[in-house]
Ligand binder design. Structure first.
Ligand SMILES: Cc1cc2nc3c(=O)[nH]c(=O)nc-3n(C[C@H](O)[C@H](O)[C@H](O)COP(=O)(O)O)c2cc1C
Length: 215
C-alpha cells in the first residue's frame, strides 16, 4: 500500500452513527479487522484486550435502552443552548449496525511484572485504545463504518455481557457496512465542536511555546 492510500484511509475514517446499512459483514473482512486490532502495540506486550462480537438483537436493544438513559443524564447537565444543539445530534447506531464489538481491558494479563506499567498504570488502557484505533482504521480500509459509544456505566455493560469483575469494558463499537462516510465529523456539522488548527496543539521546546514550522 502506498503512503498516500494510508493517509487517505486516515482522513476518510469517521465516527458513524446514522449511516449503517445493516448488511452482513464479510467474515474474512471481520477477521482481518480483528487481527489488525490484535497487532497493536501494548505495554510490556501485555495484549490486555479482548473483543466481544455482539450479534444478538436482544443484547443490542438492552444496551441501547441503557445508552438512551445515559443520554438524558448528560442532557440534564447542559445549558439550554447546548441542550438544543445536542437534541439534533445522534450518539449511537447500536441497533442499525450489523455488529457491536465490545473492547475490554484486562489488567491482570501478564501481571504483575508488566514491563513499563509500574510507574504509569494507565499504559494498560492506552494499549487498548491503540487496538481500537487499529480496528477503526482497518475497518475504514475495508469500507466498514465504526461508531464508538461511551454513554454507558461500566457495571451495566459488564453485567449484560457477563464480563468478569476485574475486566473493564472500554468501548462499545458499532461496526458494519455503511451507505457512505461523511467528509466532516457529525459534531462539526451540528456546530458542537470544530477540529482545532494543528498549529494550536504543537509546541516548541516548552509547553505553551510556539513551534517553528518548515516552509
Ligand atoms: C473515547 C471516545 C468516546 C466516544 N464516545 C462517543 C459516543 O458515546 N457517542 C458518539 O456519537 N461518538 C462518540 N465518540 C466519537 C467522537 O464524537 C468523534 O470521534 C469526534 O466527534 C470526531 O469525529 P470523527 O471521529 O468522525 O473524526 C467517541 C470517541 C472517542 C475517541
Amino acid at each position: 500500500m502506498s503512503s498516500q492510500s494510508f493517509y487517505e484511509v486516515l482522513s476518510r475514517r469517521r465516527d458513524v452513527r446514522a449511516e449503517f446499512s445493516g448488511e452482513p459483514v464479510d467474515p474474512a473482512a471481520l477477521r482481518r479487522v480483528l487481527a489488525a486490532a490484535h497487532a497493536a502495540p501494548s505495554v510490556g506486550m501485555s495484549q490486555p484486550w479482548d473483543f466481544v462480537v455482539v450479534r444478538d438483537p436482544v443484547l443490542k436493544k438492552a444496551f441501547r435502552d441503557h445508552v438512551l438513559e445515559e443520554r438524558e443524564v448528560f442532557r440534564d447537565g447542559l445549558t439550554p443552548d447546548q441542550a438544543s444543539r445536542f437534541a439534533g445530534i445522534r450518539i449511537e447506531g447500536i441497533e442499525d449496525a450489523t455488529l457491536g464489538i465490545v473492547v475490554t481491558y484486562d489488567p491482570s494479563r501478564g501481571a504483575p511484572a508488566v514491563l513499563g506499567r509500574h510507574s504509569i498504570p494507565d499504559t494498560g488502557l492506552y494499549s487498548v485504545c491503540l487496538a481500537i484505533q487499529n480496528l477503526w482504521l482497518a475497518a475504514t480500509a475495508e469500507n466498514l463504518g465504526v461508531g464508538w459509544v461511551s454513554f454507558y456505566r461500566e457495571e451495566r455493560l459488564r453485567e449484560l455481557l457477563a464480563i468478569p469483575d476485574h475486566v473493564r469494558p472500554v468501548a462499545w463499537l458499532c461496526v458494519g457496512p455503511v451507505t457512505h462516510l461523511h467528509a466532516v465529523p457529525d459534531l462539526e456539522r451540528h456546530g458542537w465542536r470544530v477540529r482545532a488548527p494543528l498549529e494550536s496543539v504543537v509546541h516548541g521546546d516548552r509547553y505553551g511555546q510556539s513551534a517553528e514550522w518548515p516552509d
